[in-house]
Structures are given as C-alpha cells and as structure tokens.
Design a protein around this ligand. Structure first.
Ligand SMILES: NC(=O)c1ccc[n+]([C@@H]2O[C@H](COP(=O)([O-])OP(=O)(O)OC[C@H]3O[C@@H](n4cnc5c(N)ncnc54)[C@H](O)[C@@H]3O)[C@@H](O)[C@H]2O)c1
Ligand SMILES: [Zn+2]
Ligand SMILES: [Zn+2]
Length: 395
C-alpha cells in the first residue's frame, strides 16, 4: 500500500510499504478514506527527529471503512464507517477507566517515561504505524473505533480523531467563568476550533496569531482577532488584552501554539542543532535540556488575570525549561494541560455533529489532497503558505 513515511528532517515521502495485517484477535484493519495533517506532525518534521526512524509511517487523524476484523472483535462489522482517535488505548485499564486515555497503562511507553502510544508518533510514543496511509491496523478495535453514520461527507466526522476533542478539552480545562473572557493563542486548526467552541459557549474570545487568513477564519465565527505584530507594537499581547479587560487580563488563556512558536530565535537554533546531532547524543539532550520555544507560554503567563487558568494544548517537548515559577506562583495561576483524552469527549461531541454542523467542520479543511501530495503539503503547512490551514488527505 501507499503511505506517508518519515525519511529525515524535512523529508516526508510517499512510499510503498507492506499492507498491515491482523496481529491480535482484537485488531481491525480499516481502509482509510480521509486522514488529517496536524500541527503535531510538524514536530516530527523537525524537532522530534531524534526519535524517528527512516520509514516510519506517520499520521494520527484517520477515518475509513472496516475492511477486516480479528476473531475477538465483537462490536464491529466489515463495512462499518469509523473514526479512530489518535491515542492508542485499551479502554479497560485504570487510566482508561478514569477517562485519561492519553495515559493508558497498557500502551504507556516505560522505556521513554512517556504516556500512551499514538499512531504515527515517534519512538517516544510507541512507534505505531500511522494513518496517513491506504490501510491502518487498529488495535483494541472494539473500543478504539468510533462508529459514525453513513450520511454526510467524511469531514463531518473526521475531526473527532483529534481537532474536536483536543479543542473541547482545552476549553473544559480553561474553565472560563460565565460572562468571562478567553484568550486563545494560535489560530491553527486547534486554536481556531477552540475559539469557535468558546464563542459558542457564550464567552468573549480574543484570538492571536501572525497569519492574517487564520485570524480571518476565527473572526468569521465571532472571535476578536489580534495580529501578533500589532500586539507587539502595543507593548505585547498581555498589555493589549489587559487594556480591554478592565486592566485585569482574560479569565483564561488557551495556548494552542506549543513548541513551534515564533518569537524565540535562540531556541530555534538549539532545536536545529540538536536535530543535526547523531540520535544517540540528541535523544537524551532533547529529553533533558530545555529546548522549547516558550514564546506563547510566556505570553499566556503574562496575559492571564490573577487567579485565572492557563490551558495548554500546544505540545512542549523539552524537559528542563526555565519556567517563570515566581510569576506563576505570585499570580495564583492554574495550569492545566496534556494530550487530549479523545474518547473521553467524543460521545458528547458526536450529537453536535449529527444534528447540525455546530462548529463548521464541513468547511473547516482548506485542502483535500491525494496522499501523493503529502511531501509538498507538509512543506506548505509548515511555512503557512497557500492559505493552508487544515489538510485532509484522501488516499
Ligand atoms: N494536546 C493535544 O492533544 C494536541 C492535539 C493536536 C495538536 N496539538 C498541538 O497543538 C498545537 C497547534 O496545533 P495546530 O494543528 O493548530 O498547528 P499549527 O502549527 O498550524 O498552529 C499553530 C499556530 O500558532 C501560531 N503561532 C506561532 N507562534 C505564535 C505566538 N507566539 N503567538 C500566537 N500564535 C502563534 C502559528 O502562526 C499557527 O497558526 C501544536 O503544538 C500541536 O502539536 C495538541
Ligand atoms: Zn493531531
Ligand atoms: Zn488503557
């Protein structure tokens, strides 16, 4: 089959790889009909390179049609239409029973001290073959596969794999009080969706990014757009937002940027340098040294009002970043974060998609492309060119 494979820094290729097979009786094989490209895939493109191996199949936002089921699968039939969450999780361990699916104890990666495995996401997360491919092996298939109706085009349901539950968790964790103000940093797919959900929940939402067309999308859904350059001219995002919130700052901030933030050139150089080192040297360095670009997180800490909440959905990778602990403590900030526990939210979200298109998902993707265009799509998405916000590959 064809699959998008990681071959090196900035080098994704479409390769012929062996078809996945049923390996456990609880597995299913699905034929992928749509599969998303995510900001998290960009971390593999460069920053997490030390944890990748040439030939790894990437992608973690798949949906499709069940092609084959193992002997132990009872809930699924060949022909079912399913969306698969990015977390690989068993559904029955203590963490799964506590709705902490991204911490699943059956798929945790003890060797690296990390949580549950993800599809297509480096040795840190299990090196599980991913979903930007023609077929996908789904472990724990009874639990993992979310059956969706056969009505509507794929995009109506596809984003249940990641974008919708991630943005929803970000908003729940932000805990915005009634009538409150939410600042969303980043208007990529995650920040965009979180802003839409915040507006829908009745909050005042301010969205910050540097890409004008991304700000245009959230504005159309009722958020107040702020261009990063304008904010910088006005003394920074914190200062600008305090001015319009009675001097206090927003009640909550969602960081939907993560470690690829613009604005910390020194860290960029270090990240590039580590990416060039041999893996044996780079791996421990990446895990121990503080290599993230913390621009967005620092902005969140500065902007949030005293006693407010910061909800981090952007991914950070370095382990020993210097954090402004004094300011966090002094401001009594509540910090909440983590990979989305996808299956914890999808039962709530599904009815919001079947009855109506509550979050505008039908028109959310800016590009639908064949898998063969993946190498160029990764490049344009990283550089934020060609109006590319959300890409859906249709193998
Ligand atoms: N927690 C989870 O489960 C989860 C799931 C999916 C994605 N993510 C993470 O969420 C983040 C965003 O993902 P995405 O798909 O929206 O990707 P993206 O890279 O397209 O979005 C990031 C956006 O942030 C903007 N940005 C960069 N620096 C900024 C700054 N200093 N201030 C404000 N905006 C800035 C960029 O212009 C871009 O539009 C990534 O870190 C991704 O890994 C987390
Ligand atoms: Zn994703
Ligand atoms: Zn589990």
């Amino acid at each position: 089959m064809l699959a998008v494979t990681w071959q090196g820094v900035h080098d994704m290729q479409v390769s012929e790889v062996p078809d996945p097979q049923i390996e456990e009786p609880t597995d299913a094989i699905i034929k992928i009909t749509s599969t998303g490209l995510c900001g998290s895939d960009l971390h593999l493109y460069e920053t997490l390179a030390p944890f990748m191996e040439a030939g790894d199949v990437v992608g973690h936002e798949p949906m499709g049609i069940v092609e084959e089921v193992g002997a132990g699968v009872t809930n699924l039939r060949v022909g079912d239409r399913v969306v698969v969450p990015f977390n690989v999780c068993c559904g029955t361990c203590w963490m799964c029973r506590s709705n902490l699916y991204s911490q699943c104890e059956t798929t945790q990666n003890h060797e690296h001290g990390t949580g549950a495995s993800f599809f297509g996401y480096s040795k840190l997360y299990g090196q599980v073959p991913g979903g930007q491919a023609e077929y996908l092996r789904v472990p724990f298939a009874d639990f993992m596969s979310m059956k969706v109706p056969h009505e509507h085009a794929d995009d109506r349901f596809l984003f249940l794999s990641d974008v919708l539950p991630t943005a929803w968790q970000a908003l729940q964790y932000a805990d915005v009080p009634g009538g409150g103000t939410l600042l969303v940093l980043g208007a990529g797919p995650i920040g965009d969706m979180a802003a839409r959900m915040g507006v829908q929940a009745g909050h005042r939402v301010i969205s910050v990014d540097r890409v004008a067309e991304r700000l245009g999308r959230v504005k159309a859904f009722g958020a107040e757009p702020v261009h990063l350059d304008d904010a910088e001219q006005a003394g920074g995002v914190g200062a600008l937002v305090r001015e319009s919130t009675g001097g206090r700052g927003p009640d909550a901030v969602i960081d939907a940027v993560g470690m690829e933030a613009h604005g910390s050139p020194a860290a960029t150089l270090v990240q590039k340098f580590v990416g060039l080192l041999p893996d044996a040297v780079a791996e421990p360095m990446m895990k121990k040294a503080g290599l993230d670009r913390l621009a967005a997180l620092y902005t969140a800490i500065d902007a949030v009002r005293r006693g407010g909440t910061i909800s981090i959905s952007g991914v950070y990778g370095g382990a020993a970043d210097p954090m402004p602990m004094m300011q966090l403590f002094d401001k009594q900030v509540q910090l909440r974060m983590g990979q989305a526990n996808v299956r914890a939210w999808t039962d709530d979200l599904l009815p919001m998609l079947t009855e109506e298109d509550a979050f505008g998902v039908d028109a959310f993707a800016t590009h639908h492309l064949p898998l063969t265009e993946a190498p160029a799509a990764y490049e344009h998405f990283q550089k934020k060119e060609e109006g590319m916000v959300k890409v859906v590959f249709q193998p």
